[in-house]
Ligand binder design. Sequence first.
Ligand SMILES: [Zn+2]
Length: 433
Amino acid sequence: MPYIALDDTDSVKGMCTTFLLTEIIRNLPNLDVIGYPRLVRLNPNVPWKTRGNAALSVRLGKGLGRRYKVGEMDGKEIFAYERGKEHGNIADVYGKAEKLMEEWAVLEDEKTNPGFAVSHRKTSPAFYWKAVRGIVGLEEAINELEAAGAIYRGYKNRRGLIGTAAALSWRPKKRTYELIAYRERERWGTERYVDVQSVMEMDKKFPETFDNYDYENSYLAIAPRTPCPILYGIRATNPERLEGAHKMIVSESAERWMIFQTNQGTDDNIVKKRISDLKGYESVKIMGKVVNEPKTIEGGHVIFSIDDGTGSMDCAAYEPTKEFRRIAKELINGDLVEIFGGVRERPFTLNIEKMRVIRLEKKAVKIHNPVCPECGKRMKSTGRDGYYRCRKCGIRTKGGEETQEVQRDIKTGWYEVPICARRHLARPLRLLR
Ligand SMILES: [Zn+2]
């Protein structure tokens, strides 16, 4: 039974590759969907990525076994089957997909370089991990497609074949789901109507959904802000709850909707690293002690460094991470932390997405200057940091102040950036448990 995979058909000016996948399903009515359609996010740090760096795939055939609803289109329900058998002609499937690619892909945008493939076999599992964690070249992707016996086509510079090969290689370990609802075509590019109150109510009623609304920043996270066909996307750990959640949303009419199985919220991109081994464009977790206490720089960004014994690394909580910066600012030298984030090349910093505070140093403040070891009188500060002098005996000392421990305004445990700053692959803390 063939898989169809595709990537990079959209642009910042419009379209969405997930929509094109629904069109492919719609235009092959004699074939059933086998398993959930898949939406695979790739390395978010790749510099030439398209918008969300998502690639798509679906398997088609004659459905067998249990069926479950995965969407609605043209007023009809769309079902997927848990199993299937070969059905239809692979050349027809390829021809139909090709026609739709050419009809819908934003080929006139220089940054849009579509690719698609039809294949009976998947590409190697290792290719997915490379594409989500590192940087893969076009040639490598083509080798994968060739090895799988895929028939494929890339347009323009053909970079979309990389995501195409990656979507074909994903075997989910962790997975989440997203129900994507699409706008009526005549509304594309206009302002969306999605009632915020209804999203908050849905958010409370369906705890299996996540990242719907950022209460702290009054940010509606389910609706995009681009002129694309998506009305909204609801993410969840349990796909069976998504239709109910979707029905609670009050909005302009949705022309169709579909549930995708995704690698969003899985942390699949994260690799544990030592600081001396860090490279640009990776997503990593590193553990170390704070060595340069946080300071706020121009633009409201908070920067500190950690050291793991192999080197030190600047970690940044940028302004868009909002209230997370308040947490970061509470760190002091010696605190042991584990930081999750993306490595930025210039400047070479770790863009913090999540943080685990493992051990907190005791924080003390000076309450009195030291007393003179000769005469027992209180010494005076010399003005140089940490040095004191006795006025009577002239003795100079360093340190020895009387201090008092103060309460820390941070606790050990996990912290994450708010929903408004969260990236697709980042695993929300509520899903870590
Ligand atoms: Zn003295």
